[in-house]
Design a protein around this ligand. Structure first.
Ligand code: PLP
Length: 281
């Protein structure tokens, strides 16, 4: 792990107990996929990181060029060919007090990387995942990739306890917003690929943004609009997107099959083609 200027064995890596990330969840994070030892869509993730930090008035801990060196080094030290790199920035260490700390307190930066099993991920994708629906109970600023994830933790656990992998939040108007750690999509029986606009209610996923470009290049019809769980039930296909899973087919929602209950054709194609449209650093 990289912790505030030092590379440390993960087992020994720790942060100060007065870090505001620990006490107030006063920080943000990013997760990038690693493929062939390379960081996928680094520039886009860093643009979102800068936006999240800006919204919270936390300073960038170091220039982007230095951050790229740190991420690469943590990936290298962990020998990650395929997996993820995690980066967290908090407002820093200060005596516990809700308001911002005095000037001079520097943001904390932590980076970890972990290999994942490519075969296992492919196997999960071959079978598809199940999702449950869950009332939207997060704060409205879900556009900020904040480490305050308690509602997401509880929704994911609810999914797990019902034998599902992901929870789809449903807002007060009855529309799916997104997953607890992914964006939600359907493919209609007319072949239109649908996901909610990033203007409200969701985190603007990097995988989502790249996929929208891919859809245009592949000449697939795309609609940016909300959909209901009922529409998802009636859809031909459904899937989720996230950096750690790319395009992951959804085969059941609240115990009801989507389409024929198998990963859909369009979903599989998008999963296969996705990396043609991403960048590698
Ligand atoms: N929405 C939420 C709430 C997430 O936590 C994530 C990622 O973890 C996503 C969407 C997908 O974002 P990305 O594609 O950038 O990983």
């Amino acid at each position: 792990a990289y912790v505030n200027g030092h590379y440390q064995d993960l087992r020994d890596a720790s942060v100060n107990i007065e870090d505001r990330g620990y006490q107030f969840a006063d920080g943000v994070y990013e997760v990038c996929e690693i493929r062939d030892g390379k960081i996928v869509d680094f520039a886009r993730h860093m643009a979102r990181l800068q936006r999240s930090l800006g919204e919270l008035r936390i300073a960038m801990p170091m220039p982007l060029s230095a951050l790229l060196i740190v991420l690469r080094e943590v990936v290298r030290r962990n020998r990650v060919g395929y997996g993820i790199v995690y980066l967290q920035v908090t407002r820093g260490v200060a005596r516990r007090d809700h308001g911002f700390p005095p000037a001079g307190v520097k943001p904390s930066l932590v980076v970890t990387a972990r290999p994942l099993s490519f075969a296992k991920n492919q196997d999960t994708a071959a079978h598809g995942i199940k999702v449950i629906t869950h009332p939207e109970n997060r704060w409205p600023r879900v556009d900020i990739k904040s480490v305050a994830l308690l509602p997401n933790v509880l929704a994911k656990q609810a999914a797990r306890e019902q034998g599902a992998y992901e929870a789809w939040y449903v807002d007060a108007d009855g529309y799916v917003t997104e997953g607890a750690s992914s964006n939600a999509w359907i493919v209609t029986t007319e072949g239109r690929v649908v996901t909610r606009s990033a203007a409200t209610g969701i985190l603007a996923g990097i995988t989502r943004a790249v996929l929208i470009e891919a859809l245009a290049a592949l000449q697939l019809r795309f609609e940016e609009r909300p959909f209901t769980p009922q529409e998802a039930h009636d859809a031909a296909e459904a899937f989720v997107t996230a950096s750690s899973q790319i395009v992951m087919p959804v085969v059941a929602i609240d115990g009801q099959p989507v389409g024929d209950g198998k990963p859909g054709k369009t979903t599989r194609r998008l999963r296969e083609e996705f990396h043609r449209f991403s960048s590698f650093s």
